[in-house]
Ligand binder design. Structure first.
Ligand SMILES: [Cu+2]
Length: 465
């Protein structure tokens, strides 16, 4: 590793550490940019630029993305997905958008009303910035929720190229310390994760790259020259499937990993038994992706930034339980997922039930801590109710701790279990369109991550899992 690389990596680690400490929003576990707050206004400086993103099979894909300066929580480079904008309900949000692409571009804020714009030129859907120009957009974030933002210029092509990101509006009640997704206690959560779900046809990116290269090689080209690029979108056929711009297994790498300079956000939800994980799902591609979580159903509590309630103030009383979150293009969906170990028919903390820890005076029989009493009382103290298979019948994996009990380890064959350092349970969370769980056609990869159940006592660092 060259000194340059070490410096670069150190810079990103420091950046990541600073982000985790500063926390763009108090109590936020989602990493993003908080802009500059002044009273009831919050302003952001964003840009759009070119770059190459990295797929886990090594393919580099020419892309267009939004970016923000390092000092403001961005990477200084264009990134995919775009910088997650984090604001509070009621704030007047201003975004100064500078276009560094060789073509016209813009920003759209679906779900926000009264968006005003100044600078640039009028487009069909939004005020547009020519190369080198800046447009300022402004709106009041009146309603909490999960939203996306995207290009309003040639949106079919420019969103494919990567011009899309997330906007999170925290309810004003959270400023008092609660963690609610919406203005109701029925949307309370302990942790939250963002899933910007995307699909990429790398052939279209290649077609655009060749046009851009030819344009830049043309006579009289300057950085403010404006080109117009196109591809036959009817031939679109996605080849890569992404979570927060990364393909699996890159989704597991830390936020701001040096190896992924244009893809700073990871996707690895971690929680303790009994905690509620808010899943903020955003359909940033053009196909529907059935995101399937193992281990438990989730409860969908809101769609498109609107709580699923029968009447104002009723709370999410129209929430529904499902084993798959249908992530629809252009739509956002908030769901709450939890795992307690209740009803399994055995004791996930069974390793505690050794004679030295018997607590015959307590009804639990075993010495479970209060945190561990999420299980059914009838399960407590029960052994795992199967005859363990023979070693010859087992396929050991990266996530195998060697023990069926939470927080416990057993003997593992050489090379197995390297990804499980805490005795956690790993529940897969992936697209149920199985062809999307690949990189370059090779399984496993693509739109897949893990929901990690960490033993109580393992610290889950906010924003930097
Ligand atoms: Cu599955």
């Amino acid at each position: 590793m060259s000194p340059n690389h070490i410096l670069q990596r150190a810079r990103r680690w420091l950046l990541a550490a600073a982000m985790a400490l500063a926390g763009a929003h108090a109590g936020a576990a989602i990493v993003g940019v908080g802009g500059t707050a002044s009273g009831a206004t919050r302003s952001f400086d964003l840009f759009a630029a070119e770059g190459h993103i990295s797929m886990a099979d090594g393919v580099q894909v020419y892309s267009w993305g939004y970016g923000a300066a390092v000092g403001s929580g961005g990477t200084g480079l264009m990134q995919i997905s775009g910088p997650t904008l984090i604001v509070n309900q009621g704030e007047t949000v201003t975004i100064n958008f500078t276009n560094n692409l060789p073509t016209r571009s813009s920003m759209l804020f679906p779900g926000q009303s009264g968006v005003a714009a100044s600078g640039g030129v009028a487009g069909v859907l939004a005020q547009e910035a020519a190369p080198g120009q800046t447009v300022s957009y402004s709106f009041t974030a009146t309603r909490p929720g999960t939203y996306l933002y995207q290009s309003g210029t040639q949106p079919a092509l420019q969103v494919e190229m990567g011009l899309v990101g997330a906007l999170i509006v925290y309810p004003s009640s959270n400023l008092a310390g609660s963690k609610w997704a919406y203005d109701h206690a029925g949307t309370a959560y302990d942790r939250e994760t963002l899933f910007v779900v995307g699909d990429i046809d790398s052939d279209i990116h290649q077609i655009v790259a060749e046009q851009v290269n030819a344009f830049k090689a043309g006579a009289g080209y300057t950085p403010t020259s404006e080109g117009l690029f196109s591809a036959d979108m009817s031939k679109r056929f996605p080849k890569y499937w992404t979570l927060n711009g990364r393909t699996s297994p890159d989704v597991f790498a830390k936020n701001f990993a040096a190896e992924l300079p244009h893809q700073p956000y990871n996707t690895l939800p971690r929680l303790h038994p009994g905690e509620k994980m808010l899943l903020r799902m955003i359909g940033a591609g053009t196909d529907l992706h059935p995101m399937h979580h193992h281990g438990n159903n989730s409860w969908a509590i809101a769609r498109d930034g609107r709580m699923l309630g029968s009447a104002p103030g009723a709370g999410p009383n129209l929430a529904f339980s499902d084993y798959t979150i249908k992530v629809v293009p252009g739509q956002t969906l908030d769901a709450i997922w939890s795992w307690t170990g209740a009803g399994l028919g055995w004791d996930v903390y069974g390793k505690l039930c050794n004679p030295a820890q018997l607590n015959t005076a307590a009804p639990d029989y075993c010495s479970h801590t209060a945190q561990q009493r999420h299980q059914l009382a009838s399960d407590i103290g029960k052994p795992i109710p199967v005859k363990l298979p023979s070693e010859f019948e087992l396929a050991y994996g990266e996530f195998y701790s060697g023990s069926p009990y939470l927080g416990d380890f057993g003997v593992r064959p050489v090379g197995a279990g390297a990804a499980n350092t805490s005795g956690a349970y790993f529940h897969m969370f992936h697209s149920h369109n199985e062809r999307e769980v690949v990189n370059g056609g090779i399984f496993p990869g693509g739109m897949m991550t893990m929901m990690v159940i960490e033993p109580h006592g393992v610290t889950i660092d906010a924003g930097q899992p």
